[in-house]
Design a protein around this ligand. Sequence first.
Ligand SMILES: Cc1cc2nc3c(=O)[nH]c(=O)nc-3n(C[C@H](O)[C@H](O)[C@H](O)COP(=O)(O)OP(=O)(O)OC[C@H]3O[C@@H](n4cnc5c(N)ncnc54)[C@H](O)[C@@H]3O)c2cc1C
Length: 415
Amino acid sequence: MKKYSVFSLAREALRYHSGWERAWASPDPKAEYDTIIVGAGGHGLATAYYLAKEHGITNVAVLEKGWLGGGNTGRNTTIIRSNYLQPESAAIYEKARGLYEGLSQELNFNIMFSPRGVMMLCQTQHELRAMQRTAHANRLAGIETEMVSPERVKEIVPIIEIDGPRFPVLGGLWQPRGGTARHDAVAWGYARGASARGVDIIQQCAVTGIDRDASGVTGVQTTRGPIRCKKLCIVVAGSSGVLADMAGFRLPVESVALQALVSEPVKPCMDCVVMANTVHGYMSQSDKGEMVIGGGADGFNNYTQRGSFQHLEETVRALIETFPMISRLKMLRHWGGIVDMTGDRSPIIGQTPVPGIFINCGWGTGGFKAIPGSGWATAEMLAKGTPGTLAAPFSLDRFTEGRMIDESVAAAVAH
Ligand SMILES: Cc1cc2nc3c(=O)[nH]c(=O)nc-3n(C[C@H](O)[C@H](O)[C@H](O)COP(=O)(O)OP(=O)(O)OC[C@H]3O[C@@H](n4cnc5c(N)ncnc54)[C@H](O)[C@@H]3O)c2cc1C
């Protein structure tokens, strides 16, 4: 893999950019791999990268039914933060946020990490109390957050209306090193790093069946033929239930569409991320100037990767109270992704009832921020055959043992 640098850029500029090699290889599938990862989203690709880098395991294939990063990883609103309430969540999200800080350098690929700060608004007394509790929990977990006054919120976010008629701003939970990153670049950077270390990334290869015998998994059926493997890791977000069904077990997840939209580009007006749980919306400004707006999840299970007018109307109507200026903006485009929601709104990372099959899913509306930490922890689990300390609390059996990790109020909006 050639290193990207100012020198390689200058060299290529002088020869009309004719010497760039492909960022990752596109090999045909082999008959057998030690490990197969299903799903080339951020979590699957990061898992493959850390398997190769941290554990030297490279006889690995990542199978993707479409194009890499084409699922939720390329559809989210790119918010990165680690201000979660429960210690187990704080640990894995903060591990991820910490890795994001140096990820461009580590991958030699500009993922445009922008620690511009994340403000979570408190617009009811209840929310104020809940956020104060989270701030205390964050301090105990060593995560840098602070409660700020309405006046300070206005200083940080001048376009906000803090004296709104229904939901005045009563305060905010501010995480100064939260922010955003370019979502596609995260997938591309991990893909390039994994491919350079010998991992096969195979796109346009849908898994259609899972083969098993009495001792456990033996391989997969795909649209490009059968492939044998010793270990299988399912990392397919909204399609997790479908893959679990192929393997013969059930998951406590629901798949629903989550939607987002962007406005036409405008001059810089907001240099941090703002989340307004009570009015049900969140917003940041992209480098191109678009206001990136996230809304709610559908109230019914479905597999449509589309937006709908009903949600747009709800989200925009609510946000206008807090950000009156957006009433003048035109919408540029909107879309949806299929997210996999668990009952306690925490992910599942662990072994499944089928020996040799592992799963990473249930990130719901908030898994982009977790990609580096999740990939790191899932790679450790695959390499050792058992989850390490970061992943262990998120095992599937917590649902039968009643060990919930309740983060239902930690989402940007109340899903
Ligand atoms: C609108 C929206 C906004 C969001 N905003 C945020 C945010 O601001 N911050 C945040 O942290 N998170 C956010 N999220 C959530 C985040 O995007 C996801 O949690 C995360 O991207 C999940 O990554 P993944 O790698 O698990 O899944 P994906 O990126 O969905 O990848 C799974 C892959 O599996 C593939 N696949 C499925 N079935 C098969 C099969 N049978 N064979 C082979 N491949 C298969 C799919 O094609 C897909 O590419 C948002 C999500 C959406 C939809």
